[in-house]
Design a protein around this ligand. Structure first.
Ligand SMILES: [Cu+2]
Length: 379
């Protein structure tokens, strides 16, 4: 349930903020992304100005059907960027393709304006030297929701959205973007769902939880270089209703779903009570058709106990925190801030990390060579 609650909270706080002043997105080229082993990798990407850091993927942008959207964007980074609104029916000047509209140069700001006139699952990405800027991390997902929680007019209802954005990157490119040419040599070696891989997907916050009888709308989209093949176990009762932001003429029960770069699908699942399993997503290289990796999205009944699966995650309590966070393992602790700067290294004799004078933000923590976790210092 935590995952779903987090999504709801995100929507609520966004819409409250929108009534006062629209939030502002920024682009940056000095972001940090943590691989499952804790290695910090440079990324380019998007973040909220109010939060001040770049996330991978970029922030989820959620709008209500028929909303007149004013997407504020500013670019303090040293190169030009744009926001291409992939799949949305916007006019040419707001489409973010620089050759037919405009670049946002270093120090520039712009408002992208459009009407959210179709419900569905969409994507956004930078359209400047697209191949490079994409693999560096400049992308995110857009949802346009109907207020009555149906997928489209006359369509089925659902209880919550579950955004699932597939992507990949090549470590060598992120370490040396200038040396990435020619682009067709880029061969991804990190494969992600919502920016997470491997053990990170097992952590509680990334598990898709459901209450028996609930119907979840999986919002699947791909920003990967790879072809992504997802397998849906029959216990999920998965039915595909939408493709690329439009209702399908005929729905179909999903066992396997191929998602090619830039595609989106909306799949409703109503999992059987008590089920705990995975949607396995295979990443296939598009050039030589080799299967490179499988990432597993855990789906589980919210009533099942939490401890059995979260043991590999570095979990502290409470999270978010303002004063102290307590960890079960207390030796050889390293903490980084959202910019990848090491802010703590050492043991915690009483298991307690004191953060009362730390800036508000997201931090990564690792114990020895063991599990990696993430916590938030809140206001
Ligand atoms: Cu860019």
């Amino acid at each position: 349930m935590k995952h779903i609650i987090a999504i709801f909270l995100c929507c609520v706080s966004w819409s409250l903020a929108a009534q006062q002043q629209p939030p502002q997105l920024f682009s940056g080229m000095d972001g940090i992304h943590f691989l499952p082993d804790g290695t910090a990798l440079t990324i380019w990407g998007y973040g909220w100005v109010a939060e001040g850091f770049i996330s991978l993927p970029g922030p989820l942008l959620e709008y209500t059907l028929d909303e007149e959207v004013a997407l504020n964007f500013t670019n303090p980074s040293p190169e030009s960027h744009t926001i291409h609104l992939h799949g949305l029916d916007v006019d040419q000047v707001n489409d973010g393709v620089p050759t037919t509209s405009f670049y946002i140069p270093m120090g520039g700001s712009m408002v992208y304006e459009f009407t959210a006139d179709y419900p569905g699952t969409f994507l956004y990405h930078c359209h400047v030297t697209t191949t490079l800027h994409l693999t560096m991390g400049m992308y995110g997902m857009i949802l346009v929701n109907r207020p009555d929680m149906t997928l489209f007019e006359g369509g089925p209802g659902y209880d919550a959205n579950v955004p699932l954005l597939f992507s990949d990157l090549e470590i060598a490119t992120n370490l040396d973007p200038v040396g990435s040419f020619p682009f067709h040599d880029i061969r991804p070696d990190v494969f992600m769902v919502n920016g997470h891989s491997d053990d990170q997907l097992e952590q509680a916050v990334n598990i898709v939880s459901y209450e028996p009888g609930q119907t979840l709308a999986l919002r699947l989209g791909s920003m990967a270089y790879s072809r992504v093949l997802c397998s849906f176990p029959p216990e999920l009762n998965a039915v595909c209703h939408m493709s690329d932001g439009r209702p399908l003429p005929e729905t179909f029960e999903v066992e396997e779903l191929d998602i090619f770069p830039g595609e989106r699908f909306t799949v409703l699942i109503t999992p059987d009570a008590g089920w705990d399993g995975t949607i396995d997503c295979a990443f296939w290289n598009m050039i030589d058709h080799q299967e490179e990796d499988v990432q597993s999205i855990r789906v589980r009944d919210a009533a099942l106990s939490v401890d059995e699966f979260a043991s590999r995650a570095m979990k502290g309590y409470p999270n978010p925190t303002r004063d102290v966070i307590t960890y079960p393992s207390a030796r050889d602790i390293v903490v980084w801030d959202a910019w990848g700067r090491e802010v703590f290294r050492g043991d915690l004799p009483d298991g307690q990390l004191r953060v009362s004078d730390w800036p508000v933000g997201v931090y990564m923590v690792r114990s020895g060579d063991g599990p990696v976790g993430r916590f938030e210092v809140a206001d």
